[in-house]
Design a protein around this ligand. Structure first.
Ligand code: PRP
Ligand code: URA
Length: 208
């Protein structure tokens, strides 16, 4: 069963209050989503393996540690894009793949419209990124695509989830750990997380 890792930090709590607030403007919303993206990256990558490398400092040779595997960030479009810069600022060597999915408003089922993933997937640590884990359909579909392309070491990185989405993701991908900053109460009758933060894609890009 994939673990749920709830990342707690006063700075994250503070920024989460800003993005939950319906009066927050698009620019501030986008900035805070990205900043949370940077902050959660420390926790998401805490157990990455490193390999020894020999480094010559200005004074002497020494042994240091560097990341042993490539890291690939895979945002689910559109809302996942909102966290990419924040994560990439902390792991600038990471490669970035994209998966385009949208939820049918009536059925809530995800539809795939784009995919471009780097060839290093089979040997990389892959961060599938989407701020919202609602029904879990988009996360499950994106991880299916990543696995079809050879991805094995996969983590789901979100912000706000709910019990329904977590259960769905754990059922379909029991080997994927789930990182969130909040597990909210529930889904409402139209598939939105309660209390949530509304439609994340629209709030990031000013489309509503
Ligand atoms: C939103 C959100 C997630 C998805 C989560 O995307 O960004 O990708 O819904 O819902 P689920 O867990 O029920 O699948 P949306 O389909 O609205 O597309 P957008 O990001 O392009 O607005
Ligand atoms: N997608 C969002 O952007 N928000 C929700 O609450 C659910 C799905």
């Amino acid at each position: 069963m994939g673990k749920v890792i709830l990342i707690n930090h006063p700075l994250i709590e503070h920024k989460l209050a800003i993005i939950r607030n319906k009066t927050t403007d698009t620019k501030t919303f986008r900035e805070n989503v990205n900043e949370i993206g940077s902050l959660v990256t420390y926790e998401i990558t805490r157990d990455l393996t490193t390999k020894p490398v020999q480094v010559e400092t200005p004074i002497a040779m020494t042994t240091c540690q560097q990341l042993a595997k490539d890291v690939v960030i895979v945002p689910i479009l559109r809302a996942g894009l909102g966290m990419v810069d924040g994560i990439h600022n902390v792991i600038p060597t990471a490669k970035i793949g994209h998966i385009g999915l949208y939820r049918d408003e009536r059925t809530l089922k995800p539809h795939s419209y784009y995919m471009k993933l780097p060839p290093v997937l089979p040997d990389a640590t892959i961060l599938v990124v989407d701020p919202m884990l609602a029904t879990g359909g988009s996360a499950v579909a994106a991880i299916n695509l990543v696995k079809q392309q050879g991805g094995k070491d996969i983590r789901f990185v979100g912000l706000v989830g709910c019990p329904e989405g977590i259960a769905m993701l754990q059922k379909h991908h029991p080997n994927v750990d789930i990182y969130l900053v909040s597990v909210d109460e529930r889904l409402n009758e139209v598939g939105y997380i309660v209390p949530g933060l509304g439609d994340c894609g629209d709030r990031l890009f000013g489309t509503k």
